[in-house]
Design a binder for this molecule. Structure first.
Ligand code: ADP
Ligand code: MG
Length: 616
């Protein structure tokens, strides 16, 4: 085994043994991986300003500039060779890594699949160095004038590996990955200013004031930042604080879940799990994640920070305590207003489920679920009134979530509540208000149902069942519709064609960006089918732009349900309203719409009487 070759400055070529011990091969998958490596290098170099400029989602150009330490000429040349790194010298050092990068593979890997230009200036030299590399071969080396720091331009990524190039997605999709990555880095490094541009457009600009909340506003925008609620909870030797999003604001992945332990951005399963638990039962949609920016200030004695390749991990001496404090901090913030009004609704569905467990076995097997709920409820109330009587304060008919009933769902004890489903089942439609709300009464009070979201929920579940069961309920069109779409619309529809078919839009490709539609879902009005489809498509396009994302299959359901649903302002007949309420009762979750908005609110008799000063 040969000695490492030490260059005059600080970069060392790792010997083969060490190189091989390092995870085999840097995988540069897509533009975002390039941005990640380059920005991490900038951070490692002590930069306080990092700019990322892209062309065509990074497929044409990725240019990362920083004001960090830069590299002397010799180091720059060495850095482009495989396994050059200034950060480790031997296998032993692997276990004492302090910086983000360490494999010394990123620059050469990227250089080997692109046309790279590197301009770098170090204080120790009078001029900057400019290097041009094509497919890993240095083509040009010269001195130029440039301020201290480094700029790496990666042009035409994968130009020499067409197979990999094929896997790249649309510019929009690649850009969305990069945006998310830079956003996350901006949150983790609030002292560094980040600027991300795509062509002439500024995508993100973060000033690097050191304030995480400031970074959050830049990353998420003011509107989203408003969806964040502050959290705080402390015990001796431990304080947890920060911001988390209301359950109504979620994202499709965990990119915006960051944790800081004593000021350092880290990953830790205990923290993640504790936060997840706090949202359990509040986020109904599968695969959606809240935004979390959580700080843990802890006695350094009680934590072991161990920095791993690119992600810092920590170990706490008491995982349990951390877990419970984080859980409490998040849960309390959500319960004391952060999640309203959705919380009480979600909690109700849950209590209905819990109540079912109270049933003796023979009953639960004989009765349909709704009956079981009624029975369970009756039994529970009976048991309750036997043991303690039914006081007004603990009125089980009260839906409003008073503090004492707002408990973590894990705790089995708690006041008995009438399953919401039962109240809804017993309700009788009495009219419509403002052509928007359906009014219903039950023996326990009055229900106000938002007709649009109620219908949306019903349609959503029905289409979901069609899709999952592979059998859409549809009606054929006498005259098929031909849809001529824009390029962007055509792309979105093309990507989600199967999902549209699965819910009842029987359509086929009919030339570039054109489709022929032969049938529509049974719930759609055939006369309005074309407008409906166009509305759905333009909303899908909007979502894909707004979120910088490829449209998820789920979004097709949500959007279609929303567009097909009765609108606020539509006048409904009694039978129509009764029909809708019946379908709502039969749905799996009659309380929260697919967007997370509440479907109904209630005024209990107790509340009504109290308001009219009848209680006594
Ligand atoms: P690693 O980051 O794993 O060391 P890289 O291939 O990413 O490997 O970078 C190789 C070396 O080049 C780094 O160790 C660092 O010394 C130098 N380097 C890369 N990018 C920069 C930069 N933006 N500023 C200063 N030095 C850099
Ligand atoms: Mg690196």
């Amino acid at each position: 085994m040969s000695e490492p070759v030490v260059s005059q400055n600080s970069i060392v070529i790792l010997d083969e043994h060490t190189a091989n011990r390092i995870a085999a091969g840097e995988v540069i998958e897509r533009p975002a991986s390039v941005v990640k490596e380059l920005v991490e290098n900038s951070i490692d170099a002590g930069a306080t300003q990092v700019s990322v400029a892209l062309e065509d989602g990074g497929k044409e150009l990725i240019k990362v500039g920083d004001n960090g330490a830069g590299m002397p000429r010799e180091d720059a040349v060495v850095a482009l060779q495989r396994h050059a790194t200034s950060k480790i010298r031997s296998a032993e050092d692997l276990f004492a890594i302090r910086t983000l990068g360490f494999r010394g593979e990123a620059l050469p890997s990227i250089a080997s699949v692109s046309i790279m230009e590197l301009v770098t200036k170090h204080v120790s030299e009078p001029a900057a160095t400019r290097l041009e590399v094509e497919a890993g071969t240095i083509k040009n080396l010269e001195s130029v004038g440039a301020p201290q720091g480094t700029t790496v331009s990666v042009k035409r990524l994968f130009f020499n590996t067409p197979a990999r190039m094929k896997f790249l997605r649309s510019a929009q999709t690649e850009l969305s990955h990069i945006t998310e990555l830079v956003g996350r880095l901006a949150l983790c490094y609030p002292n560094i200013s980040f600027r991300l541009t795509h062509g002439p457009r500024e995508v993100m600009s973060v000033t690097g004031t050191g304030e995480v909340m400031n970074a959050a506003v830049s990353v998420f925008g003011r509107d989203v930042a408003k969806q964040l609620v502050p959290i705080e909870f402390s015990v001796p030797s431990l304080k947890v604080w920060g911001y988390v999003s209301k359950p109504s604001f979620t994202r499709a992945n965990r990119a915006y879940q960051v944790f800081f332990v004593n000021g350092r951005c880290i990953r830790n399963r205990t923290l993640l799990h504790a936060a997840d638990q706090a949202y359990r039962d509040l986020i109904i949609q599968q695969g959606r994640f809240p935004v979390l920016v959580i700080f843990v200030d802890i006695d350094p004695e009680l934590v072991d920070v161990n920095v791993h390749p690119t992600k810092a991990e920590v170990k706490f001496s008491s995982d349990q305590e951390i877990h419970s404090v984080v859980h409490k901090a998040v849960r309390e913030a959500l319960m004391s207003g952060g999640a309203m009004p959705t919380v009480s609704e979600a909690r109700q569905t849950r209590s209905a489920v819990t109540a079912r467990r109270d049933l003796p076995n023979h009953q639960s097997s004989l009765l349909p679920p709704e009956e079981a709920d009624v029975e369970a409820f009756r039994n529970a109330v009976l048991r309750r009134s036997e043991s303690q009587g039914t006081g007004t304060i603990d009125d089980p008919f009260d839906w409003s979530s008073r503090p004492q009933t707002v408990e973590a769902p894990e705790s089995p004890a708690g006041p008995v509540e009438m399953p919401a489903l039962v109240r809804l089942r017993n309700a009788r439609v009495i009219g419509q208000a403002r052509n928007t709300y359906i009014l219903a009464e039950s023996e326990d009070g009055v229900l106000i149902i938002d007709q649009h979201v109620a219908h949306e929920r019903v349609l959503y579940e029905q289409m979901k069942k069609s899709r999952d069961g592979g059998q859409a309920v549809m009606q054929g069109l006498v005259i098929p519709i031909t849809l001529e779409l824009s390029r962007r619309e055509g792309l979105v529809v093309g990507e989600r064609l199967d999902d549209l078919r699965a819910i009842g839009f029987d359509m086929e490709v009919f030339g570039r960006d054109a489709f022929v539609v032969r049938a529509v879902p049974a719930d759609a009005k055939p006369k309005e089918a074309e407008q409906l489809l166009r509305d759905i498509i333009s909303e899908l396009v909007e979502v894909s732009i707004a979120k910088h994302l490829m449209v998820r299959p789920e979004q097709v359901l949500i959007t279609s349900a929303c567009k097909m649903a009765i609108k606020a302002g539509d006048s409904l007949s009694m039978p129509e309203m009764e029909g809708l309420v019946k379908r709502l009762i039969a749905s799996d979750n009659p309380f929260v719409c697919p967007h997370g908005r509440p479907i109904l609110i209630s005024l209990t008799n107790w509340e009504l009487d109290r308001k009219f000063k009848r209680a006594g």
